[in-house]
Ligand binder design. Structure first.
Ligand code: NAD
Ligand code: DAU
Length: 350
């Protein structure tokens, strides 16, 4: 093998798409996927590549610094792509400590393991995958650029902002070769059904209410998860050290418009009366501190590295809905057990 890359959080939603892309695209690179397999991590997301000679899965916790040090000594990583995180805003409102541990302390442990084990930084690279939520919220107009000031407003986004700052601090203080990206809302296959789209697809299928927070006019920019994976691959290999790249789909939707479109797609796919899925829409109590609008200016990534999103609005929604309907067993497995308690706690009194 030419070199060895550590991907953390590779059994999660975005991580599994990235691991698959890199294992397939770089047969001479050893990809080590380190994941704790929390509720959000699922080895079924990677069953098609688990036997590849250039792929190794390791179960472990980035909060455990001794474990990380041993892992770096064992595999002598040339690079790190760090995705492991607690990622759901609603959970961060209920239990912020888990977010501090994994997202801040875990990131610090990884930075230290890399610094302590890389005797020199030549040819090395530490890539931190982050979110547009660090920038806070926008009004009706405007876009987040790489120069937008940080203004995180949820425990999740504050923990990610903190981890971004730590990564930048290692660049300035220790000359560690780092790169960071901040991306908008991803959607597509293998997303845990706590997030809007898989949750609503599953609820429509089961004729359950669709809990729209507040007035439903909150706006997000939606990026096909495969397009995020190609951006990460590109930035890891070609991004300039010390730089930040925003990643976005140029695909803004108000939640209620996205949901209405999803309902139409689901009516067609499930062969139901037009309008029947939309009858499930139920306005519920808003998320605390709910950011009104996110929108991304990804021109730096597009102009410098030539990246472009490839899947848009209706096509992406249809592909997503079709995947979840075709993968009922996956959905049943992840929604059995603890998911039921989560759902009850999050939505029963809303
Ligand atoms: P996810 O919740 O689906 O997956 C997170 C993965 O990290 C899981 O496999 C989980 O088991 C693992 N993990 C959690 N704690 C860990 C620990 N202590 N040690 C090792 N592994 C641990 O998340 P995702 O949506 O795939 O997001 C991946 C990354 O991308 C996160 O850093 C997130 O902040 C960022 N991001 C996500 C989005 C999005 O729309 N989902 C957008 C921008 C950025
Ligand atoms: O912007 C990037 C971020 O996108 C990532 O960093 C996060 O990891 C990811 O979870 C996502 O955050 P959001 O909070 O935007 O995603 P979520 O799917 O939770 O919610 C999308 C929008 O839908 C948001 O405005 C809240 C709303 N919503 C969500 C749920 C779960 C509802 O109206 N009802 C719901 O039940």
């Amino acid at each position: 093998m030419n070199n060895t890359i550590l991907i953390t959080g590779g059994a999660g939603f975005i991580g599994s798409h990235l691991v698959r892309l890199m294992v397939n695209k770089y047969p001479d690179t050893h990809i080590v996927n380190l994941d704790l397999l929390t509720y959000a991590g699922n080895l079924a997301n990677l069953s098609d590549i688990e036997d590849r000679p250039n792929y190794t899965f390791v179960r472990g916790d980035i909060v455990d610094s001794d474990f990380l040090d041993g892992l770096f000594k064992q595999y002598k990583f040339d690079g790190v792509i760090h995705l492991a995180a607690e990622s759901h805003v609603d959970r961060s409102i209920e239990d912020p400590i888990a977010f501090i541990k994994t997202n801040i302390i875990g990131t610090m442990n990884l930075l230290l393991a890399a610094r302590n084990n890389w005797s020199d930084f030549s040819g090395k690279r530490f890539y931190h995958v982050s979110t547009d939520e660090v920038y806070g919220t926008l009004g009706e107009t405007g876009l987040f650029t790489e120069e937008t000031s940080y203004d995180p407003r949820s425990p999740y986004s504050a923990s990610k902002a903190s981890s971004d700052h730590l990564v930048r601090a290692f660049y300035h203080t220790y000359d560690m070769p780092v790169v960071i990206s901040n991306c908008s809302n991803n959607y597509g296959p293998y997303q845990f059904p706590e997030k809007l789209l898989p949750l609503f697809i599953n609820n429509i299928k089961n004729n359950k209410a669709l809990p729209v927070y507040g007035d439903g006019k909150y706006t997000r920019d939606w990026l096909w998860v495969g397009d995020h994976a190609t951006a990460i691959d590109l930035i890891y290999h070609k991004g300039r050290l010390g730089e930040t790249y925003n990643i976005g789909g140029n695909n803004e939707w108000k939640n209620i418009d996205l949901i209405q479109n999803l309902c139409k797609v689901m009516d067609e796919l499930l062969d139901r009366e037009p309008g029947s899925s939309a009858e499930l829409i139920t306005y519920v109590k808003d998320r605390a501190g709910h950011d009104r609008r996110y929108a991304i200016d990804a021109s730096k990534l597009m102009n410098e590295l030539g990246w472009e999103p490839t899947v848009f609005a209706e096509e992406g929604l249809k592909k997503t809905a079709e995947w979840y309907l075709a993968n009922e067993e996956w959905m049943e497995n992840v929604t059995s057990g603890a998911y039921k308690e989560y759902y009850e706690a999050m939505y029963a009194d809303r």
